[in-house]
Design a protein around this ligand. Sequence first.
Ligand SMILES: NC(=O)c1ccc[n+]([C@@H]2O[C@H](COP(=O)([O-])OP(=O)(O)OC[C@H]3O[C@@H](n4cnc5c(N)ncnc54)[C@H](O)[C@@H]3O)[C@@H](O)[C@H]2O)c1
Length: 266
Amino acid sequence: MTGRLEGKVAIITGAGCVGPGWGNGRAAAVLFAREGARVLAVDKNSDSMDETLERARAEGGTIVPFACDVTDTAQVAAMVAACRDAFGRVDILVNNVGGSAPGGPVELSEEQWERQIDFNLGSVFLACKHVLPVMEAQGGGAIVNTASTSGIRWTGAAQVGYASAKAGVIQFSRVTAVQYAKRNIRVNTVVPGQMHTPMVEARLAGQRAGGDVDALLKTRLARIPLGFMGDGRDTAAAALFLASDEARFVTGTEIVVDGGMSARCD
Ligand SMILES: NC(=O)c1ccc[n+]([C@@H]2O[C@H](COP(=O)([O-])OP(=O)(O)OC[C@H]3O[C@@H](n4cnc5c(N)ncnc54)[C@H](O)[C@@H]3O)[C@@H](O)[C@H]2O)c1
């Protein structure tokens, strides 16, 4: 299918990736461009966006990079201004920046706890703070936030800062959805499960399995009823639906993309 976002302008944060392949933000940026959106691809690490830009442009998409730390309010304001300068408007915001740090309340330092909340939830707050007035002035828009099954379930490791922040993303989205519904702005959340994105090799295996990627993948796979691991393209497909006009009657809710993992209890 093509043209599902024809005429729309989208900001996608975390549009790079920690390695080659399909991270969630990269996949969304490429898919949204393929579906006709003009995309401002945002990441604090410009180099990480090279592959994103290449893939999107190879498909004839319109995509412009913007370097920005989305935990900094001045930089987020500049991001929104850059999108309006480049494309004149903002119809879609995908908040995808985030990541986990291991540890429970005792293991995490106060600084790590604050960083996890700021990184995963504060970044969503800041982007919404700066984008909502623009969408309201335009007469509408769609926001898709990225949570995690760690925000709704125990998922195999204590990562209490991450889990708490991602739970916060879900409720932040619901409350904002109701507040802005009459202003024609929809707010929804994608809840990815244990995806096989490059982040697994780059970071998680070191944290959880002493660098043994195969062991970690095996453990993650064993939890998934469908029997295979999704990647960033599966997360992006759900985000595309929520961002598009096909979801015009969908707000304040979540799509869980986890191969059935969170539905099981055994
Ligand atoms: N991969 C998974 O299994 C999984 C599962 C559930 C949820 N998620 C969530 O999906 C999102 C993306 O995950 P991923 O695995 O694709 O991640 P990733 O780490 O590969 O990509 C995230 C990108 O965000 C960028 N970034 C980091 N901090 C930033 C900041 N302050 N400002 C701007 N850019 C910043 C990084 O440079 C990177 O390119 C995260 O919110 C993550 O919590 C991932």
